[in-house]
Write a protein that binds this ligand. Sequence first.
Ligand code: BGC
Length: 504
Amino acid sequence: MERKVVVVVAVSVAAVACGMAAAAVGWRVRKRREWKKAVRVVREVEEECETSVERLRQVVDAMAVEMHAGLASEGGSKLKMLLTHVHNLPNGSERGTYYALDLEGTYFRVLRVHLNGQQSAILEHEVELQTIPQHLLTSTSKDFFDFIASSLKEFVEKEDDSELSVARRKELGLTFSFPIKQISVCSGILITWTKGFSIVDMVRKDVPACLQEALVRKGLDLRVAALVNDTVGTLALGHYHDADTVAAIVIGTSTNACYLERTDAIIKCQGLLTTSRSMVVNMEWGNFWSSHLPRTSYDIDLNAESPNPNDQGFEKMISGMYLGDIVRRIILKMSLESDILGHISSKFSMPFILSTPMIAAMHEDDSPNLREVERILKDILEIPDVPLKVRKLMMKVCGIVTRRAARLAAAGIIGILKKIGRDGSGGITGGRRSDMKMRRTVVAIEGGLYSNYTLFREYLHEALHEILGEDIAKHVILKVTEDGSGIGTALLAASHSSNNVDRI
Ligand code: BGC
């Protein structure tokens, strides 16, 4: 009897053990299957984001072709190729005290810059930062500019009556980084708002005139001498320090580029005469589009759900505003197709919850156990206890999206160089490389994505070298400027000042 009991117990234990082993095997098989599904999502996106040198060269050509089209006729391309009427870039001889007003979005800055007429020697500058009350972003142009003019008045009146500022009419450069149709260097009509602004009565109005009227209302004798896009301010500052600077890029939350073009190439504005025979063109390159851009279903969805579908297509692939959200969409797909992240938190469905600085922090996490990735997944997306190998996969997704953005930005830059014959190929019609003497070419660059995200910057440089080849690439220098949209704009106010009429 006793023996029988022992046998029954032994059989039961064995059966349970077998059951457990089978369950463990089943669990492992299922886990492996789920893992493979997640990896498949990543592999697919990697393939779709592929930016081989061949593809990048197609993007370079498309950019140059679209630039031609945008210069040939109004509306000839998605690239607006806006005339800025800036044809004299600062060269270091500017002297005096000038102001700049930089309207950035949720805040604005005012600057006072003292110049002493010696190259590269900005005597000093003071900056004041102010928040724009949210309700003014959707109010009337009068309310908006009255608020700005009051703050400006306070700032200007704090000035001491130093030798530099007496007996000169005070002048200001206005940085207004929205698409503007400029009529002269100091006037221009707003085409459309971006970045959350929606002061409806301002569209199609002359922006500096609105500011000038508000300054008069507040009794401030300050002339708006230049209306400037942030890229143009960046180019001005770059050129002030280095005369080989021919183009400027802003790549941060949003993106854009400008460059110095020959006036005879601006076909849509025949008979344009400038003393320098050139003019800075604001490309508004965020709106560039080409079928050669590697577009994924995530980009298509992001575009469809954005407030401006079919606009700013290039910006949506390469700028800081969107990279985090592309990553979020990919991770969401992974978690819907597999269970590697466990329960899907509602945070996942919140657009823009994952910002680009967060993906930079995940991507550049060099701690052995990817603690930063773990922290962001837990604190931001509310996904705790993500295993290390899954964290590595997340990091890879950040890399794929960032690499594509940086490489496309590099192709865009080379597209500009190609258009102006500075890519070593002899311009858009081609030429024999060996005949060409490549000139030193400097591109001024600003924006947090480039300045703060090391891997983005490295990918961009790597692509630049791959596309151009080492011999040409060594002549192309990307130079970070600091505060082009502030100091650069003040420099443009100086070079277009009525106190300096001989220079205009
Ligand atoms: C604007 C450009 C600006 C860029 C960078 C874009 O959204 O349309 O004018 O230069 O942002 O600030």
